[in-house]
Design a protein around this ligand. Structure first.
Ligand code: CTP
Ligand code: MG
Length: 179
């Protein structure tokens, strides 16, 4: 595999639906907590007030829409070909979106168990949980693409993008904290 511009573009396009899924709840979510305000056995919230059904629905819809648009508008790239492969990519996009939301929820679950309040920073759980689970889900549809090299590049790129996006969302007044 050549690690050139074409490769970089293919990995970034591939992972984009999971980034869209992870970031759209900040703009569109915020209503109806997934845990309905309930506590876990340890007396702390199950997921917390930052994980909502509206955010979950927004993440899965926007991530999937992103995959559909990529498949439609970027014919000829390795993953976004309109036709049989596009269908496959849309399935991959749904898996990426659902995986991102599942990883994000799992991250919050563990943050609450560790006693970290909603919105507190956690290096592993904020930046790496969503992408790891998204890739694990997408691997079901794209095992050949998700080599160790590509997965490592995607996790690194996601970390950088997540930091930049949250810093931007904070300075734009969308998020209270820059992480
Ligand atoms: N959000 C949502 N539903 C989700 C995920 C996120 O509504 N499933 C919205 C919430 O308004 C949340 C914001 O997006 O506050 C930012 O998301 P995130 O950083 O993931 O949550 P935090 O509030 O930081 O909470 P946590 O500590 O659990 O990560
Ligand atoms: Mg957070």
């Amino acid at each position: 595999m050549e690690f050139g511009i074409a490769w970089l573009a293919s990995v970034l396009f591939f992972v984009l639906p999971s980034w869209v899924a992870n970031s759209s709840p900040v703009l569109l979510g915020g209503a109806w907590p997934i845990d309905w305000g309930k506590d876990f056995f340890d007396g702390r919230r199950i997921f917390g007030k930052g994980k909502t059904w509206l955010g979950l629905a927004a993440g899965i819809s926007c991530g999937t829409l992103c995959a559909v648009l990529l498949a439609y508008f970027l014919p000829g790239t390795e993953f976004a070909v309109w036709g049989d492969d596009a269908q496959n990519y849309v399935i991959g996009g749904i898996l990426l979106s659902c995986g991102a939301m599942a990883g994000d929820l799992a991250g919050s679950f563990f943050k609450r168990r560790l006693g970290q309040g909603e919105g507190s920073p956690s290096f592993v759980l904020d930046q790496l949980a969503f992408i790891s689970i998204a890739l694990l889900f997408a691997w079901q549809a794209h095992p050949a693409f998700l080599t160790w090299e590509n997965a490592a590049a995607l996790i690194a790129a996601s970390y950088v993008a997540h930091r930049l996006a949250n810093w931007w969302a904070h300075s734009a007044g969308l998020k209270k904290v820059p992480w």
